[in-house]
Structure formats: structure tokens, C-alpha cells
Design a protein around this ligand. Structure first.
Ligand code: DX5
Ligand code: ZN
Length: 228
């Protein structure tokens, strides 16, 4: 099995006036990557930040941390080049936001970024499947995108299980309401990239929460490989 457990804090729930130091703090607490939520007020009913902020964050944290850009925007085509120039590592766009996913995937690669493909809770996993061979990561949303701190939707787990059964080495990410009380469901279903916002960022001990999430996923991966 070629995938491993990776924990990516979402800094949406942190003190936004201190984003740079919050990113540094998360990396120091053992984060494997940073999940950065871009919202445009159209695709989702909320606005966060764009590529100028990403450029500043890249300068602040240095070249190494992996930036997974969760693009909750209506026109994902528009931001590929600016995000690449700003220092994004992976461009995760929503399948619902484009009519030409194939072209977008190509453009993201041409700009030197990895490709993530996200689906909202109302989108079936079969719609994503035809693209699975061309992407680096599939993101199964476990809340309606737009806000941190929402309740985990356990009924999304069959999507994760199905993807894992069909694509044994694909990186599969879950995002929304994931923390110590919901991680086991995600890990058992086969998710290996774990976004966690409020559960990590608002914790008194983010290091322990990150370690706990990683252990749960690693154990599930190990169990799956023994069962095969
Ligand atoms: C929601 C965002 C998430 C969010 C996760 O639209 O995509 O990344 O910040 O936060 P929690 O873990 O608090 O649900
Ligand atoms: Zn997100």
C-alpha cells in the first residue's frame, strides 16, 4: 500500500489575525501538511482569503510545508496560475464548480501543483470515479462546505469505503467535523488524509490531538494490509 496517514490542520478556526504564526505552530505540533480553505462567497456562503494571503503564508513558513488549497470557489480555473505563483503545493477544486474537469486537471499539473478533487455531501462518488486515475487526492466532504465547527456527517463514510475499495493506493481526504470522536469512522472507511480544524486548533494540546489522529489512521492502514 503506497499511502500513509497524514494530518492537515485547517487553520480556518484559528485566530485569523495571526495566521502566519498559527501555521508555524501547527507544523511545530506535528502537522504533516496545512489545509488552507479558500472561499469566494459564491460557491459557499462565506469569504476567507485568496492568493495574496497564501504568498505571505509561504514566506512565513518557508518552502517545506505542503499547502493543500481547498478551493471553494465558483471559477476554479481562474486561480490556478496565481495560486501556483503564490506557493500552493496542491490545488483541490470542487467537481461541482467546473464543466471541464479534464482541462483543469491538466492546467494544475502544467503549473507544477498536485491535483485534488473534492465532492460536496450531495454529490455521488460515482461522479468522481472517472477522474480518479488522473488525480493525486480525492476529498470527500463530511460537512457542507462553508464553515468550520460543523457536525460530522457519518453517512458520507460509504463514499470513502467505496473509493478505497476501487482505488487502493489513492490518497483519500476527509474534511469537516473530524476529530478524536469521529476519526475512527474515517480511518475504518479508508481515509488517510485527515483535515481537522476546530478539534486541533482550539485544543489546549494540539500536538496530542494530531498524534492521536495519526495513530488511529496508521492502525487502520496496518489492519487493512494484514486483512488483504
Ligand atoms: C469547511 C472547511 C473545513 C473546515 C474544517 O468548509 O472546508 O476545512 O475548516 O473545520 P472543522 O474540522 O472544524 O469542521
Ligand atoms: Zn476544507
Amino acid at each position: 500500500m503506497s499511502y500513509s496517514a497524514k494530518i492537515g490542520p485547517s487553520i480556518l478556526s484559528s485566530d485569523l489575525a495571526c495566521l502566519g504564526s498559527e501555521c508555524v505552530r501547527m507544523m511545530e505540533c506535528g502537522a504533516d501538511y496545512l489545509h488552507l480553505d479558500v472561499m469566494d462567497g459564491h460557491f459557499v456562503p462565506n469569504i476567507t482569503f485568496g492568493h495574496p494571503m497564501v504568498e505571505c503564508l509561504r514566506k512565513c513558513v518557508g518552502p517545506d510545508p505542503f499547502f493543500d488549497m481547498h478551493m471553494m470557489v465558483s471559477r476554479p480555473e481562474q486561480w490556478v496560475q496565481p495560486m501556483a505563483a503564490a506557493g500552493a503545493s496542491q490545488y483541490t477544486f470542487h467537481l461541482e464548480a467546473t464543466t471541464n474537469a479534464g482541462n483543469l486537471i491538466k492546467e494544475i499539473r502544467q503549473n507544477g501543483m498536485k491535483v485534488g478533487l473534492a465532492i460536496k455531501p450531495g454529490t455521488t462518488v460515482e461522479v468522481l470515479a472517472p477522474w480518479a486515475g488522473q488525480i493525486d487526492m480525492a476529498l470527500v466532504m463530511t460537512v457542507e462546505p462553508g464553515f468550520g465547527g460543523q457536525k460530522f456527517m457519518e453517512d458520507m463514510m460509504p463514499k470513502v469505503s467505496w473509493l478505497r475499495s476501487q482505488f487502493p493506493s489513492l490518497d483519500i481526504e476527509v474534511d469537516g467535523g473530524v476529530g478524536p470522536s469521529t476519526i475512527h469512522k474515517c480511518a475504518e472507511a479508508g481515509a488517510n488524509m485527515i483535515v481537522s480544524g476546530s478539534a486541533v486548533v482550539s485544543s489546549d494540546d494540539p500536538r496530542s490531538v494530531i498524534a492521536m489522529l495519526r495513530t488511529a489512521v496508521s492502525e487502520a492502514i496496518q489492519k487493512r494490509s494484514l486483512d488483504r
